[in-house]
Design a protein around this ligand. Structure first.
Ligand code: AMP
Length: 485
């Protein structure tokens, strides 16, 4: 029985979707004005893994993600770069998709752009106004948090503590309560001038509405999108912890006020941050590594293992050493797989007793593994049971007790596990070793055969200078990329 931690109740609860095995899941997507960093990757790898695990358990998951393509940060960046907001956001949307593809994050059923849902957004603002939850002032339509009696139930803050809810778009002197947030911001009266002093006016994104031209506030796009695809209530909403307040709190206030139905979401899942020296990795702090920078140095599998081996709600601190540690762990897994493959194809005669031992080992591991995963997706425990299997399996191999059918059993089990972890058999990003390096490897082998070890060493150095290293194994030289090159 799957149990999952719900931020709303602050408890682990039995996971029971609204309708049988159908799961409607929404995760806050990127704001597309820049490249994504590995902090974003953490959150998206986690949800990709959770969705794939749920699917493996027989759930039919509809995974919806929004793309925020209208926002203050976008407007500012577009101004700085003297491009239209549309050109900017479409470019970074494409880059985001490329990053997700290289991370093998491919479980999203539907992406929904905020600006493709303006009609739905306006309809929500209209209904909130009609029901008395929204009011109009000089620069926009605002949500009155004092009207929603349960404001604060997700973040456990009161309306008075909502002061820091205010982001730039929510700033306005005419608001009733300091924590009130913007639903629809009117377009600036005068055209803004470009910072470079050019005369060309900069056009902010804007759409016509009954109240005047404007653009949506931050929180309304998500409820407009989820209402369209899921209706007023659905199963799971996810994002990183920073979104609990004010963003997700505002979503509840908006949708429950409109529909009169609660809860908006049955389970709120929030991921911990990827941190650097204990501080959240963030664009604004400049302490970030983009996904593509990371993937120039390390394969995707390492990032997936690095992320998945921590519990999804705990922070993970990013250091070079912790990545190297994940790399070593993957090497251990790879070595085990390669030995298992050799055992699986060997023509050894089965020994009934030993086969039973391995079958039992797989059975116990599977049980431990599922128990851990079903306990709020406890991946650190699940991965510990995987390493336990590797230790025991290696010792059976060393004693020549790993027979083909047993090895097959373990490989099958690992294959199933990798459907959602996707760091064991991940091959997509297998990097081609450059021809130049391969030529040097051959040259070195020839020198070694001739006994010219000094010369061979010189060639090895040349290989190192190109960012590769050689390990001499029984079956021949193994070539590896130097991680921190
Ligand atoms: P943004 O594009 O900044 O709106 O972020 C997209 C998603 O990534 C949101 O769910 C954020 O909460 C999440 N996120 C941003 N920074 C981090 C981080 N350092 N660690 C984990 N998740 C993050």
């Amino acid at each position: 029985m799957l149990k999952a931690y719900n931020t709303l109740s602050r408890k682990k609860e039995v996971f029971k979707p609204k309708e049988g095995k159908k799961v409607e899941l929404f995760v806050c997507g990127p704001t597309t004005y820049d490249f994504s960093h590995i902090g974003h990757a953490r959150t998206y790898i986690v949800f990709d893994m959770l969705v794939k695990y749920l699917k493996e358990k027989g759930y039919n998951v509809f995974y919806l993600q929004n793309i925020t393509d209208v926002d203050d940060k976008i407007v500012n960046r577009a101004k700085e770069e003297n491009v239209s907001w549309k050109v900017l956001t479409r470019k970074f949307e494409r880059e985001y998709f490329k990053d997700m593809k290289s991370l093998a994050v491919n479980s999203i059923t539907k992406y929904a752009r905020a600006t493709s849902h303006i009609k739905e957004i306006i309809s929500q603002v209209e209904r909130l106004s009609r029901k008395g939850f929204a009011y109009k002032i000089e620069d926009g339509i605002y949500y009155d948090i004092s009207k929603f009696k349960e404001y604060g139930k997700l973040s456990r803050r009161t309306a008075l503590q909502a002061e820091d809810a205010v982001t730039r778009i929510d700033e306005s002197i005419g608001k009733r309560n300091r924590g009130d947030f913007c639903l629809w911001k009117f377009s600036p009266k005068e055209s803004l001038r470009l910072p470079t002093g050019q005369a060309k006016p900069f056009t902010e994104p804007s759409w016509p509405s009954q109240w005047g031209d404007g653009r949506p506030g931050w929180h309304i796009e998500d409820t407009a999108i989820t209402e369209k695809y899921f209706g007023p209530q659905y199963d799971v909403h996810g994002g990183a912890k920073d979104l609990i307040f004010p963003h997700h709190e505002a979503e509840i206030s908006q949708m429950e006020a409109i529909s009169g139905k609660k809860p908006l979401v049955r389970y709120w899942f929030h991921t911990g941050f990827l941190t650097v020296g204990g501080t959240k990795m963030a664009k604004s702090l400049g302490n970030f590594v983009t996904i593509r920078e990371f993937l120039k140095k390390y394969p995707t599998r390492i990032l997936r293992l690095f992320v998945i081996k921590a519990h999804y709600r705990s922070p993970i601190d990013y250091t070079e050493n912790s990545i190297l540690q994940a790399e070593k762990e993957l090497e251990r897994i790879d070595e085990f797989i390669s030995k298992l493959k050799t055992s699986a194809s060997a023509k050894a005669t089965e020994d009934k007793q030993n086969s039973k031992i391995v079958k039992n080992l797989v059975l116990v591991t599977r049980k431990e593994f599922e128990k851990a995963m079903d306990d709020d997706f406890n991946t650190p425990k699940a991965i510990a049971s995987l390493f336990n299997l590797i230790n025991r399996g290696n010792s059976l191999i060393a004693q020549n007790k790993m027979f083909p059918s047993a090895a097959e059993d373990i490989l099958n089990f690992l294959g199933k596990m990798d459907k959602f972890f996707n760091f064991i058999f991940f091959k997509k990003i297998k990097e081609k070793i450059p021809d130049e390096v391969m030529k040097l490897v051959k040259e070195r082998e020839e020198e070694r055969k001739k006994g010219n070890f000094e010369k061979a060493d010189e060639v090895r150095k040349k290989i190192n200078n190109l960012g590769y290293q050689i390990e001499d194994a029984k079956e021949g030289p193994k070539i590896k990329k130097i991680s921190n090159f």
